[in-house]
Design a protein around this ligand. Structure first.
Ligand code: ARG
Length: 401
């Protein structure tokens, strides 16, 4: 008896996931492996990947074009929540996992599979995200994880694949581990494991070096409706087109590079480089528009929600009751987050140049230092007396301590 009869395997075309195919069949007695490659805008050619799965022993090789769903249903909600893990990482890799899990579960239902599988190792966050998301969507499905159990070194993985006709990689393997989709690239391992080591320029693909970026700043106007980005420079764009164009523009100006040591859920600290041009600009602009349209108490309260929301995405809890409840909170806050933010892009920095909204609660009459001032200055005196009373009493009572 094998561990499962029919398995849907998340497939990338790389050596590890290719080797999973014969391994599942030979070592774990799986009768049939169906592969599923998700197109999330990573820019790979998909036809060779589809064919490679069949050559490696898959009975069916599926390719799912999920880029539009990825941006609309995963990235944009995260933007509305200003989601930044540890205040920096906009979760470009983490957001892809619940969607891939959803595609796996749907394919398993369609093909009558009794298990799904992925090629994650035991050290990262992605295994957690897959396993938990799959359990949330279909608690009856088994999840098989060959790469978490086989204990192969890289050489052993390649040697095992060669026995089953899987060609070893032609190019010398880059020392880095890279994950890519339309939202960004995550780069780790190799020399980057030394946190003091400065990444070489060659690790970057989506962003130009700030030192080589144009000497003139670029400007972009981003329009939001209810917290969703809908237009660039006044031109309405669908989510994928908008992110694609902003990636190019921000990337040209060297905007969107992050270098951080982050805390993985599994307890390991890891040094990671990210390139996330569009996503970082969109969160910057979105947060700024909120400063024009939300009351102070909602803004401040939402910051705590945003931190929890980011941690939940990072920690694999996309499909969970608390996340759904926080989504409802965020949606309520976004009803009036509509307007346009103007961002200046210059040699690796993105700064706000201006913002406007028909729904702004910013009030020039109150803010002005000019003659039109409507603020009642005398009212401040009584307010400050009451506000400062506890402090005053405390100071009086403790002055001789
Ligand atoms: N550290 C990031 C995360 O947990 C990205 C990991 C992606 N994998 C990689 N090979 N760089 O979301």
């Amino acid at each position: 008896m094998g561990r499962a009869k029919k398995v849907v395997l998340a497939y990338s075309g790389g050596v590890d996931t290719s080797v999973c195919i014969p391994y599942l069949k030979q070592e774990w007695g799986v009768e049939e492996v169906i592969t599923l490659a998700a197109d999330l805008g990573q820019g790979d050619e998909l036809e060779p990947i589809r064919q490679k799965a069949l050559d490696s022993g898959a009975s069916v090789s599926l390719v799912a074009d999920a880029t539009a769903e990825f941006v609309r249903d995963y990235a944009f909600p995260a933007i509305r929540a200003n989601a930044l893990y540890e205040n920096r990482y906009p979760l470009s890799t983490a957001l892809a996992r619940p969607l891939i899990a959803k595609l796996l579960v749907a394919a398993a239902a369609e093909y009558g599979a009794d298990a799904v599988a992925h090629g994650c190792t035991g050290k990262g966050n992605d295994q957690v995200r897959f396993d938990v998301a799959i359990a949330a969507l279909n608690p009856d499905l088994k999840v098989l994880t060959p790469a978490r159990e086989w204990g192969f070194s890289r050489e052993q993985t390649i040697a095992y694949g060669e026995k089953f006709g899987i060609a070893s990689p032609v190019k010398k393997k880059s020392p880095y581990s890279i994950d890519r989709n339309l939202l960004g690239r995550s780069i780790e391992a190799g020399p980057l494991e030394d946190p003091w080591y400065e990444p070489e320029e060659e690790v970057f693909v989506m962003t130009q070096s700030p030192t080589k970026a144009p000497d003139e700043p670029g400007y972009v106007e981003i329009t939001f409706e209810q917290g969703y980005p809908v237009a660039l420079d006044g031109e309405a764009l669908d989510p994928v087109a908008l992110v694609t164009r902003l990636n190019d523009l921000a990337g040209t100006h060297g905007v969107g590079r992050i270098d951080m040591v982050e805390n993985r859920l599994v307890g390991i600290k890891s040094r990671e480089i990210y390139e996330v041009p569009a996503l970082s600009v969109l969160i910057l602009a979105h947060r700024d528009l909120e400063s024009m349209t939300l009351t102070s108490d909602v803004t401040h309260y939402k910051q705590g929600i945003e931190q929890t929301y980011s941690e939940m995405i990072y920690n694999g809890l996309w499909y969970s009751p608390l996340k759904a409840a926080l989504d409802a909170f965020v949606a309520e806050t976004q009803k009036r987050v509509s307007g346009t933010v103007r961002v200046k892009l210059f040699k690796g920095t993105a700064t706000i140049a201006g913002r406007k909204s028909d729904l702004a609660i910013y009030s020039p009459d109150l803010a002005t230092y000019g003659e039109d001032d409507k603020f009642d200055h005398r009212a401040a005196e009584g307010f400050i007396y009451v506000w400062g009373l506890p402090t005053r009493i405390w100071a009086e009572k403790t002055r001789n301590d």
